[in-house]
Design a protein around this ligand. Sequence first.
Ligand SMILES: [Zn+2]
Length: 341
Amino acid sequence: MSIASVEPSWAISDFLLKSGGYAVVDGGLATELERHGADLNDPLWSAKCLISSPHLIRRVHLDYLEAGASIIISASYQATIQGFEAKGLSRDEAEVLLRRSVEVACEARDMYYETCTKGSWDDPKNEVNLGQRPILVAASVGSYGAYLADGSEYSGDYGKSVTLEILKDFHRRRVQVLADSGADLIAFETIPNKLEAKAYAELLEEEDIKIPAWFSFNSKDGINAPSGDSISQCASIADSCGHVAAVGINCTPPRYIHGLIQSIKKVTNKPIVVYPNSGETYDGIQKKWVKSAGVEDEDFVSYVGEWLEAGASLIGGCCRTTPNTIRALSRTLLSKSALSK
Ligand SMILES: [Zn+2]
């Protein structure tokens, strides 16, 4: 299905109407790629797989669709033209890889629909036929900090020399390419400060991007973005941009999500998207996830009721969540929507 015929700001609300009021977003990509044998020890992280093993990325997208996700996010979070060029690729090759990230996700969607049509997807645990649901492919845009690969998307501190114009110029070509890649929307993820949100909003206007976007921020304290800018200030920027169709939070521990949804709700009527991490914390210096208060899949889904009640309508998982998390989430949402009918 296409959501391109609808006004960008209304596109996700329209999709939600057709999906029964809520939608399941997919889960962590990098963790799953590693589980399938990919080596991601590289500044390009999951984007490295676009070069070495796109079939693994397609496999993981498919796993999430089979688990019940209705929105799958491309492997372009850390894929940037500048990053690929630093690896010795030409600009053209870099742009091909960016488009490839979306194509791989679209291929997974086609394969999934085909399998559902044939009826050969036989999961005895799947009580409901999910094969007819609309599925969207979101092109991921990671923050400038994700490109730096120094953990600054978790500190929000880009230093004084990084201005609004620098951020706009950094992201401009990637956003243009992804907007024409066949994706249904652009997911701006793990935004750590309001400066970058402002850069994205201006860029979408200046380039007159035709597909809708969502802005997803992160938080380390449940009140502010990592930079110290309040989540309400950040969400207000998203609210005032006509290209933004949903606003939310990702890569943040589940325990903070409820309060953050409430803060966002105060400043926007746009749909709210949340895809928390498993609750573990990322150590930007050691470049690894530190096991602390990580939550099990059952604990993760135990939060879902309060997130829905607070006003979230798009729910998934970020780092360290798996197809099992998303399957549990999908079942919980199905049972809740069945109860409300
Ligand atoms: Zn994450």
